[in-house]
Design a protein around this ligand. Structure first.
Ligand SMILES: NC(=O)c1ccc[n+]([C@@H]2O[C@H](COP(=O)([O-])OP(=O)(O)OC[C@H]3O[C@@H](n4cnc5c(N)ncnc54)[C@H](O)[C@@H]3O)[C@@H](O)[C@H]2O)c1
Length: 253
């Protein structure tokens, strides 16, 4: 995949799967995360640096430490994210809105701005959007998450043009529901979502389940030299879900 990789949100789920794949292939990866690593510390070749991506300065320090451990930086996979508070728009507080944007969107900005100066000879960055940032806005109460993930797509497209002069490619993956991942922490208790009637109008076109391995394969490709002419793209790993819309909110009679 790449020789010197940093993964934010690398302590669990998709991020940890990417770290494990790189290490299994003999590469070096440093996992950055707010939380303790999920048994990864035991894996040879994996270093862990604690990092809260909502903190711009802290992210810069953590990326610099990681690059020091790796002897440079060629690639970044930004997986740090959370579902955040799911609530009807009129009940979502400004603080809840801000928290979701802070992790999913500000965190990506902080990561990219810290990584680019460390990528002396160019490099590749992959962010993590979602079907909820494409054409599938079917998560009731998920306006903050959807905006953050759609914002990440616009970030990647805008930054790709700008970062080309540094030889840095930037792309995103947009997974659908990934089986086997732990439920992203959502503050479902604080708000009543019953009011938002949700009607599924379509399932995913391809039968079966999307797994972390499917997302890892997409990240792996976008970070590799095979994608050397690819920048500013979003690769949906959603079995076609975003083409169908996936669901809709019913108008109340
Ligand atoms: N699992 C899915 O079905 C799915 C679908 C679409 C998109 N995604 C996106 O994929 C990414 C990874 O999701 P996952 O399913 O592996 O979830 P996960 O909860 O297992 O992993 C997310 C990681 O991010 C870390 N994190 C959260 N806030 C952080 C912060 N402020 N600073 C640093 N690290 C922080 C968490 O500690 C965790 O280790 C997320 O961005 C998520 O939005 C997931």
């Amino acid at each position: 995949m790449s020789r010197r990789l940093v993964v934010t949100g690398g302590a669990s789920g998709i991020g940890a799967a990417v770290v494990r794949t790189v290490v299994a292939e003999g590469g070096r990866a440093v996992a950055l995360d707010l939380a303790d690593p999920d048994g990864m510390a035991a894996l040879e070749g994996v270093d862990f640096v604690r990092c809260d991506v909502t903190d711009a300065g802290g992210t810069q320090t953590a990326l610099a430490e990681a690059a020091g451990l790796l002897g440079g930086l060629d690639a970044v996979y930004a997986a740090a994210g959370m579902l955040g508070t799911m609530a009807p728009v009129e009940h979502l507080t400004p603080e809840e809105w801000r928290d979701t944007l802070a992790v999913n969107l500000d965190g990506f900005f902080h990561t990219v701005r810290a990584a680019v100066p460390l990528m002396g000879a160019g490099g590749a960055i992959v962010g993590t959007s979602s079907v909820h940032g494409l054409r599938t806005f079917a998560a009731p109460g998920g306006v903050a998450y959807g905006v953050a993930k759609a914002g990440l797509v616009a970030f990647v497209q805008t930054a790709a043009v700008e970062l080309a002069r540094h030889g840095v490619r930037i792309n995103a993956v947009a997974p659908g529901k990934v089986g086997g991942t732990r439920l992203l922490t959502a503050n479902l208790g604080a708000h009543d979502l019953d009011d938002l009637e949700h009607e599924r109008i379509a399932d995913v076109p391809l039968a079966g389940e999307t797994t972390t391995a499917d997302v890892v394969a997409a990240v792996r490709f976008l970070l590799s030299d095979q994608a050397r002419r690819i920048t500013g793209t979003v690769l949906a790993v959603d079995a076609g879900q975003s083409l169908l819309g996936g669901g809709m909110l019913k108008a109340r009679p």
